[in-house]
Design a protein around this ligand. Structure first.
Ligand SMILES: Cc1cc2nc3c(=O)[nH]c(=O)nc-3n(C[C@H](O)[C@H](O)[C@H](O)COP(=O)(O)OP(=O)(O)OC[C@H]3O[C@@H](n4cnc5c(N)ncnc54)[C@H](O)[C@@H]3O)c2cc1C
Length: 373
């Protein structure tokens, strides 16, 4: 098979890039396994227009603006706009920036939060609340929707890993259990598991994270739990926490999921990833997250708890790397723990690299320039 572009990595960003490329009329092979060793094998990811910087806000707003279209055309629902709450030093700035994009984000007080959501915030940071579209997305479903639309636009979707990438006359040979595909150009959207497919190595930090999932249906008295980010939590072994409200997992059980930034984390080397993904995560992080969850939801009657390891791919710039790293090879990698919600925009910008017009974003290209080791 011959294609214009082989997109390697069918996660949140690769799936989006594959769809945009195919819908722009390019012949595309979108190659990657399901959600094994990925950052999206999960039931929920926070979505919100309010962001830590103007760039994150722009990326999220553009992506969120297309959620409805993706869901409608693919027939796969993935967005739950149940609202988003943050306790953060810069909450007022978050709200101000997001208002430009039509967000209803506003500062709220503790008493209102406690009464309407049951959440008990004990620090004295400002609180910002964003109603719909704030809430969460279902990452596996979004990837499925992107794959379905890419296929509908003519892309070949291959559910397998790429084992090797070799330069060849007129482009590249991309090989795996599926055989060999010839591609004129390649986009690497491989998340934390980049391996050695390309000769050029990027400066990324693989940050181990542990998430705790607790069986809980939510309150039955009408109080609706929004997605949450809370800096300065009660137990400070984690510097900040986030959660997704109770969402249904593949076993049919609803769980609230909490995670955070362990203050004392040690980055993982590429060859440590598989062992990490087969562990239960960091016990100290599990304990701290459990303490924080109970402090934040004192009225909740929680069921059993499980924990799971995960990895965040951090870049030197703090933003995803989107750009060419070698003749014919571009990357879209480095979600920095924040790119699920914005993956459609990151993928769209990456797809633009392959067009004649090139860079297609109001954000300066230099922000996303890949940094080599
Ligand atoms: C615990 C956790 C919580 C998070 N919470 C949020 C949140 O609330 N909101 C938010 O916006 N973001 C969140 N994120 C970040 C978000 O999930 C990531 O930014 C996003 O998934 C990055 O997308 P990606 O496509 O780069 O990586 P992934 O989604 O991991 O996809 C990469 C894919 O590449 C595949 N791959 C790797 N090597 C190969 C190969 N050789 N051949 C073929 N395929 C390959 C992998 O299997 C994987 O499927 C969170 C991340 C984690 C880990």
């Amino acid at each position: 098979m011959d294609v214009d572009v082989a997109v390697i990595g069918r996660g949140m960003i690769g799936g989006a890039a594959g769809r945009h490329l195919a819908e722009q009329g390019r012949s595309v092979a979108l190659i990657g396994p399901g959600d094994q060793y990925s950052s999206h094998g999960d039931a929920a990811r926070i979505t919100r227009i309010v962001g830590r910087t103007g760039i994150w806000t722009e990326l999220a707003a553009q992506a969120i603006g297309r959620y409805g279209d993706i869901a409608e055309r693919s027939g796969i629902d993935f967005h739950v706009p149940c609202g988003f709450l943050a306790a953060h030093l810069d909450a007022a700035d978050w709200a101000e920036r997001a208002a430009v994009y039509g967000s209803d984000a506003r500062l709220v007080d503790r008493a209102w939060v406690r009464e309407t959501t049951g959440i008990n915030i004990s620090n004295d940071l400002d609180l910002v609340f964003e109603g719909a579209p704030g809430g969460y997305i279902r990452p596996r479903r979004l990837v499925a929707a992107q794959s379905r639309l890419a296929e509908a636009a003519g892309a070949t979707v291959i559910n397998a890993e790429v084992d090797s990438l070799r330069g060849a006359a007129g482009g590249f040979e991309v090989s795996g259990s599926f055989g060999t595909i010839s591609a004129r150009q390649v986009l690497l959207a491989t998340g934390a598991f980049a391996g050695d497919l390309a000769a050029v190595q990027l400066a990324v930090e693989r940050r181990p994270r542990t998430v705790v999932m607790v069986e809980w249906e939510g309150f039955d008295d009408g109080r609706e739990i929004p997605s949450l980010i809370c800096d300065q939590p009660v137990d400070e072994r984690v510097e900040g926490i986030y959660w997704n409200p109770p969402a249904e997992y593949p076993d049919g059980v609803r769980r609230i999921k909490i995670g955070g930034n362990l203050a004392a984390f040690v980055p993982l080397e590429q060859d440590q990833l598989v062992d990490w993904f087969h562990s239960d995560g960091n016990p100290d992080e599990v304990d701290s997250l459990s303490v924080n969850l109970r402090a934040l939801l004192p009225d909740a009657d929680f069921g059993p708890l499980t924990s799971k390891p995960c990895v965040i791919t951090g870049t030197v710039t703090g933003y995803p790397y989107i750009g060419w790293i070698d003749e014919g090879i571009a990357v879209a990698r480095g979600g920095n723990g924040s790119s699920a919600k914005s993956s459609d925009e990151v993928g769209r910008i990456a797809a633009g690299l392959f067009s004649e017009a090139g860079w297609d974003s109001s954000i300066d290209q230099s922000i996303f320039t890949p940094v080599h080791v």
